[in-house]
Design a protein around this ligand. Structure first.
Ligand SMILES: Nc1ncnc2c1ncn2[C@@H]1O[C@H](COP(=O)(O)OP(=O)(O)OP(=O)(O)O)[C@@H](O)[C@H]1O
Ligand SMILES: [Mg+2]
Length: 230
């Protein structure tokens, strides 16, 4: 379990008269393991979740992950965090499936054999064993996202942040992906438009035009989100 604390977080893209305030004084104190993030297009979800992993530095305020200031110690926080993007193509680093999963262990100090064993177990778990030596770019979209998940989890991050990881998947792969995520031990922060993925979550944050307008259990939070569309 990871403790996430967000204090008076604001973010402005650009400078001067054309600048745009996209997060406005967001405060969160969370020690739950399943946190959903929802909101209309452009409401600030991606900006918010990227800040949890120091991919964007806040204009104001701060983010603490287990008490560590993300902006002050980005490398420390990134070592304990895995980040999954919407587009699995953008996350494939190595030519083959097995090499891609192994990539995260290159500086682990493990022997070649230990790495190979871990990768094999990961591929088995994610149903990719028969694609071990397959060119990673030739997998289907759903397989690529499973590969991305395996490649991120191989280093055992304690916090997994995902920005719309199922948007490009069909319903079956989205469900499969959700089932695999549900069984993880890590703390998960999931930004999504697939609201049904959040039913069993502990907590859902609702963003509207850069403001955190609801922070509650899934049912009331999602009801609030739906009411914004009326
Ligand atoms: N690099 C950038 N420079 C300037 N403005 C940006 C940049 N990235 C995002 N924005 C603006 O910030 C606002 C919030 O964007 P963000 O990507 O965080 O929204 P989102 O909730 O993730 O939306 P979506 O559901 O479409 O993914 C939008 O108005 C967007 O135009
Ligand atoms: Mg987004």
């Amino acid at each position: 379990m990871v403790h996430i604390r967000v204090e008076h977080l604001s973010h402005r893209y650009g400078e001067g008269p054309l600048s745009r305030l996209v997060l406005d004084d967001v405060n969160v104190d969370a020690d739950q393991t399943r946190i959903g993030v929802v909101g209309h297009n452009g409401s600030g979800k991606s900006t918010f979740v990227r800040m949890l992993d120091a991919l964007i530095a806040p204009t104001q305020g701060r983010v603490l992950v287990d008490g560590i200031d993300v902006a002050a110690e980005p490398a420390t926080v990134r070592r304990m965090t895995g980040f999954l993007f919407t587009d699995p193509d953008s996350q494939i680093i190595m030519p083959t499936v097995a090499e891609d999963v192994a990539f995260g262990l290159r500086r682990s100090g493990l022997t070649r054999e230990e790495i190979s064993d871990r990768v094999a177990a990961m591929l088995e778990h994610y149903g990719l064993s028969s694609h071990r030596d397959h060119p990673a770019h030739l997998l289907s979209g759903g397989q690529k996202q499973l590969l991305a998940l395996a490649s991120v989890l191989i280093t055992s991050p304690r916090l997994l942040i995902m920005d719309e990881p199922t948007t490009l998947l069909d319903l079956r792969n989205a469900r499969r992906f959700a089932r695999l995520v549900a069984e993880l031990d890590q703390t998960v922060v999931l930004a999504t438009h697939h609201l049904d993925l959040l039913t069993d979550f502990d907590r859902v944050l609702v963003f509207d035009a850069g403001r955190l307008v609801a922070d509650d259990a899934p049912a009331p939070a999602l009801a609030h989100y739906r009411s914004l569309m009326d």
